[in-house]
Design a binder for this molecule. Sequence first.
Ligand SMILES: Nc1nc2c(ncn2[C@@H]2O[C@H](COP(=O)(O)OP(=O)(O)OP(=O)(O)O)[C@@H](O)[C@H]2O)c(=O)[nH]1
Ligand SMILES: [Mg+2]
Length: 221
Amino acid sequence: MHDVLKVNMMANIHDENDHIAAHTSEDLAEQHIYAINIMGAPGAGKTTVLKNITKNLKGLKSYVIEGDIESDIDTQDLRGIGIDTYQINTFGACHLDAPMIHNTIQNIRFDKKGILFIENIGNLVCPAEFSIGEHCKMLISTVTEGSDKPYKYPLAFEKADVIILNKTDLLPYIDFDEGFFIKGVRALNKNVTVFKVSGKTGDGFTEVAAWIRERAANFGG
Ligand SMILES: Nc1nc2c(ncn2[C@@H]2O[C@H](COP(=O)(O)OP(=O)(O)OP(=O)(O)O)[C@@H](O)[C@H]2O)c(=O)[nH]1
Ligand SMILES: [Mg+2]
């Protein structure tokens, strides 16, 4: 009988990742930068939401790191409206990790205090498993995805510090059971703040921006 050495690879990967993430988070705080990890399915409105928040964040500068498997479409879009944006392409990987963010922030000159939005890869599963140095995890969910998503993709809802329910302008056209959605959210994450917004009309974003300003003012950065 041979001895078998069991190595928990995932635990090792997570430990190393979390160590780097903690470093990044401290580094950003020292530079008075509050970092938000924006997660959500492809097309949920991550870029649209961050654009709407930015418009309402008077007095705080917005920086963005765009995570995409390929392309720089969102980065070009954001740079086009004057937002300081940096691209990461993972070329296949389904989530951002702490070393990617650690490396990218070495290239950013944070000349004013503000908010760093990190748009994760469009995916409702993997990004929730990895800390990347953020001070806040923001989950974008949408009425078009259906009200059962907290039940089917629990980790993202469990880990979120704030949930943005987007595309509410489309409510008249679809069946979305808000009570069922909220019940699922509360079962996983009792106290998480939930905002209902429309990235198309801009409704709800003054409240989201106020919430972020409050968090950014009190996070110790
Ligand atoms: N009707 C409606 N459309 C929206 C809303 N928010 C975003 N959209 C549309 O949804 C599509 C996807 O929006 P994006 O902001 O690109 O979504 P994303 O999550 O950044 O997408 P990826 O980066 O590709 O994962 C676009 O056509 C947006 O115009 C909304 O509140 N209402
Ligand atoms: Mg996007």
